[in-house]
Design a protein around this ligand. Structure first.
Ligand code: SF4
Ligand code: SF4
Length: 329
C-alpha cells in the first residue's frame, strides 16, 4: 500500500512539474499561495496586523562554529565575524522578561553557531530551566564537541532535547559513534523510555528528553540564505512569496541585536536590541511589523529577502500543496 501511495505521489509530481512549466508564473504563484502559504498562515494563526508571541527564541551565545559546511557563511572556512560571547546579564534580562509572561515555547542556543563550544552553556540552560518551567529547552549541534560528560551536565541543567545534525559522517564516524555511546551508556542511567510518546523520560523529574541524530551532507546546497550562502548565490526566480520566519522566530546575537530571521548572519538589519528594549516591545514593534506586513502580502522587495530563495515555510499542510511543493522547490 505504502509503495502504491509513493508511486502515485511521484507520478503526480511529474504531472505537476509539466503543468507548472506550461502555466504562466502568475498562476503558479496563485496556486502556491492557495495550497501552501494560506494553509500555513492559518496554522500559524497570523494575520496582517496580528502576530502571536514567537514560539522559538534563539540565543547566539557565541559567534563561532567548529563545522565546515559548504553552504554556511559561519563555517570555519568562511567565518568573518569577531569571536564574541553573550554576557550572562543580557541573557538573564531576556529570560527574566520571559518568566514574567510564563513563556512556554522553545529556547535554543544556536543561530549561526554551535552551542557546544560555548563554555558556559550549562549555566545558561540551568537558569532557563529554573525560570521557565514550561519552556522546551533544545540543544542543536553538529556533534563535533559532543562527549558523554557534556551530555550528563546538560541533562542536569534541564534540557529537553538534544538534536545532532552530523555533517561529517561521510568523512568519519566519530559523531555517529559518540551519539551511539551516549544512547547506550548515558541515557539509560538517567531515563526510562516511553514507547507511546517515543521519548525518554527523566527518572527523577519525569521531564521528557528527546535525543535525535540526523546524517547530513556537508556539501549540501540549501537556500541562498538572504544572499549569504557561499555555495548558492543565484538570485531567486520569484519575487513574490510569503516567508514565515519573522512570524515565529526571535533571534538574538551576542551584543543583544535581534534579527528578522536566522538568515541575517551579520544581524545587519536589527529589529531592536534587547539590552535597550524589552523583548515584547521589539517583537510587536514597528520594524518587525513592517517586515511582516510586506511578507504577509508576498512582497520580498527588501534587504536580504530579495536575495533569498528560502521557500518560505517549514511544513506544507495540504496534499495538493505537497505535490506543488515537490514540483517547484
Ligand atoms: S550549518 Fe551549522 S554546523 Fe554547519 S558550519 Fe554552519 S553553523 Fe556550523
Ligand atoms: S525571505 Fe527574508 S525573512 Fe525569509 S528567510 Fe529569507 S531573508 Fe529571512
Amino acid at each position: 500500500m505504502k509503495y502504491f501511495k509513493s508511486m502515485f505521489k511521484n507520478i503526480a509530481v511529474i504531472f505537476a512539474k509539466v503543468a507548472i512549466f506550461l502555466l504562466p508564473q502568475k498562476i503558479v504563484a496563485k496556486l502556491k499561495n492557495k495550497y501552501i502559504y494560506q494553509p500555513r498562515i492559518k496554522q500559524l494563526k497570523v494575520g496582517n496586523n496580528h502576530t502571536p508571541l514567537f514560539g522559538r527564541i534563539y540565543f547566539e551565545v557565541r559567534t563561532r562554529c567548529n563545522g565546515n559546511c559548504d553552504f554556511c557563511a559561519a563555517s570555519m572556512e568562511n567565518e568573518k565575524r569577531a569571536d564574541t560571547t553573550m554576557p550572562f546579564s543580557s541573557y538573564k534580562k531576556v529570560i527574566d522578561e520571559l518568566s514574567e509572561i510564563d513563556y512556554s515555547g522553545r529556547v535554543a542556543y544556536h543561530v549561526n553557531n554551535d552551542p557546544l563550544i560555548f563554555s558556559e552553556l550549562e549555566q545558561y540552560c540551568d537558569y532557563a530551566r529554573k525560570s521557565l518551567p514550561k519552556a522546551w529547552i533544545e540543544i542543536r549541534t553538529n556533534g563535533k564537541a559532543l562527549t558523554k560528560e557534556k551530555v550528563e551536565s546538560l541533562i542536569s541543567a534541564g534540557i529537553n532535547e538534544l538534536k545532532v545534525n552530523d555533517y561529517s559522517s561521510r568523512q568519519s564516524q566519530k559523531v555517529a559513534n559518540a551519539v551511539e555511546s551516549i544512547l547506550n551508556e548515558v541515557i539509560p542511567v538517567y531515563c526510562d523510555y516511553n514507547k507511546d510518546s517515543n521519548a525518554y523520560v527523566l527518572k527523577d523529574s519525569k521531564r521528557e528528553l528527546i535525543v535525535s541524530y540526523n546524517d547530513r551532507d556537508t556539501h549540501e546546497v540549501l537556500s541562498s540564505r538572504g544572499g549569504t550562502s557561499p555555495n548558492k548565490k543565484s538570485k531567486p526566480e520569484f519575487s513574490s512569496e510569503f516567508c514565515e520566519h519573522p512570524f515565529y522566530q526571535f533571534n538574538i546575537t551576542t551584543d543583544g541585536r535581534v534579527s528578522k530571521c536566522c538568515a541575517d548572519l551579520y544581524f545587519s538589519e536589527p529589529m531592536g536590541n534587547i539590552n535597550q528594549e524589552k523583548v515584547l516591545d521589539i517583537w510587536y514593534g514597528e520594524k518587525f511589523k513592517a517586515v511582516r506586513s510586506k511578507l504577509f502580502e508576498g512582497d520580498r522587495k527588501m534587504r536580504l529577502c530579495e536575495e533569498c530563495d528560502y521557500y518560505g515555510v517549514r511544513c506544507v499542510n495540504t496534499r495538493l500543496g505537497q505535490i506543488i511543493y515537490s514540483a517547484t522547490k
